[in-house]
Design a protein around this ligand. Sequence first.
Ligand code: AMP
Ligand code: GLY
Length: 425
Amino acid sequence: MKVLIVGGGGREHAIARSLSLSPRVDKIYCAPGNAGIAALAECVPIGPMEFDKIAAFAREQAVDLVVVGMDDPLVGGITDVLEAEGIRVFGPRKDAAVIEGSKAFSKELMKKYHIPTAGYETFDDPESAKAYIRGLGKYPVVLKADGLALGKGVLICEDEEQALAGVAEIMEERRFGDAGNRLVVEEFLTGREVSVLSFVDGHTIRTMTSAQDHKRALDGDRGLNTGGMGTFSPSPFYTQEIDEICQRTIFQPTVDAMAAEGRLFKGIIFFGLMLTADGPRVLEYNARFGDPEAQVVLPRLKTDLVTVMEACIDGTLDRVPVEFEDNAAVCVVLASGGYPASYEKGKVIEGLDAFADVPDCYCFHAGTRFDGDGRIVTNGGRVLGVTAVGPDLKSARSRAYEAVKWVRFDQMMMRTDIGKAIDEA
Ligand code: AMP
Ligand code: GLY
């Protein structure tokens, strides 16, 4: 098979690696890819939103399967465009990707089908949102821009003043652009967060092993929200008992709700969950692998990835078991100093060769490129994701923090407490 991956981050590097292990895959292309993905795939300079160019390339090269890693093209309808050209695609159509593309949609879906989530109200104009907030006595409160905002469209406000300023920021100053046309005001939940990713074929759902992200930029969960500074898998807090509750009250009901709405979901549903004292609640849905959740979940996958993806497209997932190794993985993100605000690019990265022959460590590239002299340089906020796999979480964690010492670049930044929660389990 020839497979084309759409995207160019650490998640797509992890997808490329898993696909490269499949005996069924002969050739991988990646649009646009990065300097690390280039070791596994032929990178083609086409942007993820250039649907017509992607379709033309897939036809010219007789690509058998397109795997879409990123949210923007999915929400923008890449699957519909490629399918209209007769190309097979792994990733939901536009009418189903809306589960991530609109928070107002996903909240209404959960309300209608009694899927446990935080209480909320939706607003189309800032005045009614502000009036609602003035009548609210309970803080903190959570404000969410309706649309995609690079994971940054969520504001947790401690008092009325902050909440009113947040409404202005999202709906009037339009900090997240059109994503702020609508606003969800949500009840603040407390508990442990866990990410559960799943394969879905429209009707059947197979969940993957759990993971936990670290969204804030700095140690101790301080600093700005980022795309994710590190992950571990599995989450020791996601017990079998909790899994049973989630399967029954959240996972299958979500898939059934989408089918009932005539929005058959085929692809990945990523459940962002809060394990509250009153039981698990959905914080958000995503329509793709998490980044950097993929970097700890996929290295533990035993089953052939391309076979599972095809079963999702064909509606035959009930016949394909999805299995994970009984081990653990930890990923530490190495970022550019200043991320997620402003940072410099083009710093030479040294030490990458150290990963070549180490079977339990992977260096996934998130933001890298080749410079004119063939050196690998930084090209984004998140630069590398160093993943170690081990028999348990503690050994994986100490191995990952060993391995981060092998690489260096100017102004390299990382959290030193990824997986700290493991000690509280
Ligand atoms: P989201 O993009 O919806 O995952 O939100 C980003 C982060 O904001 C989540 O990972 C949570 O840490 C936090 N968050 C979102 N919704 C809530 C909520 N209702 N209560 C508490 N924290 C929340
Ligand atoms: N790491 C969170 C996400 O991919 O949305």
